[in-house]
Write a protein that binds this ligand. Sequence first.
Ligand code: HSE
Length: 439
Amino acid sequence: MTGMSATSASPTTVRIGLLGFGNVGGALVDLIAERKDDIASLTGIDLQLKRVVVRDLAKPRPHDLGSAELTSDIAAVTQADDIDLVVELVGGVDAARGWVSAALSAGKPVVTGNKALLAAHGRELFDLAAANGTELLFEASVAGGIPLMRALQHSLRGEPIERVMGIVNGTTNFMLSQMTEDGADYADVLAEAQALGFAEADPTADVEGHDAQAKAAIIATVALGGSVTDADVPVEGISRVTAADIATAKRLGYVIKLLAVVERIGDQPPYEVAARVHPTMVPLDHPLAMVRGSFNAVFIEGGAVGELMLYGRGAGGAPTASAVLGDIIAAAGSLAHGGVRVVPGLTDAIIHPPESAMSAFYLDLSVDDQPGVLAEVAGVFGRHGVSIRSMEQADVGDEATLAFITHVASEADMASTLAELEALESVVRIGARYRVVPQ
Ligand code: HSE
């Protein structure tokens, strides 16, 4: 860092080293060039992009790097004396862990958008930042351009956060929206999402919920204050959601969304944390039901603030670069003005047993259309302590389809209900099963 006294006449220069020059890295380079002068006059900080690390130096890149050097030498960013702040936008876990650790150990603040890294090794890296008196900032790691991390860490710090429910994966929200609005099948909307560049050629991370799982772990850690890893978050993706399920949900007054759900369990410390990801039936009049296409939204329930929702673009180069730039300015401000906020070390969260997690459920069954079958089926729910809120019957030949919505019940009670229903002779088939956001 040069020019230590920040005045509008002589701004403090903060020299940035960037690891990764892909979609977000390129958008960040453009955004810094575009906003640099305004940022200097607003904050007294001159952001100087000094060095960009890429794997392939020969690859053409449609971005004006100004005076910044392109290099393939990682240490020229993580270890160099003329770099004040490191931005990691490569992704992946193992190599990125080494680079981020090296930069933090050298006392450099790091800004990252790497959700997989934080969900797996966040505690270790936050501890390392604290031990070296520096910062690790990660706004871009969850919900792209939505300023969620800062809202949870600062604006809502005084809140007892009770629950966070997020649509945090744009690809799957785009797919589910298309299925809902056009009645399209899963395979067709997946092909459309791939053609439009939302979904990867291998869509597993998005459609099986792993991307949302990592984000749920980070939200839980930040919102509830104990370290939660992706391994603590049970996950179900959307690959089993059918057009028929979506049509049934709509008829009953719901839309199906992939939700990351994070809850604080207990009335007094030590609280437990429950975090999970699954396709969920959301009432049509809930704010999350209105979130269409590739947008993200996060619905927060606090003790004093009540309910609030943050909405915006959860992916894409420019929105994600905006979140990265906000973190760069915050970290540069700490460097320039001597206000590094050393986060105290995290402790591990106490994870609520997944089988005790509570939800309302939707369940449909095909049964023999005979006298006494409904009573027999209802009896199974009752024996396992699962209370039925509504039931709708449709007749198809000799069979009837029974669609139940329950009151809130535990995963364990619902699982034992299902096991007993499966064993009944009158139950021909167990159909769809979804968690439901209660109305
Ligand atoms: N693949 C993610 C999404 C964006 O579809 O939202 C990056 O987290």
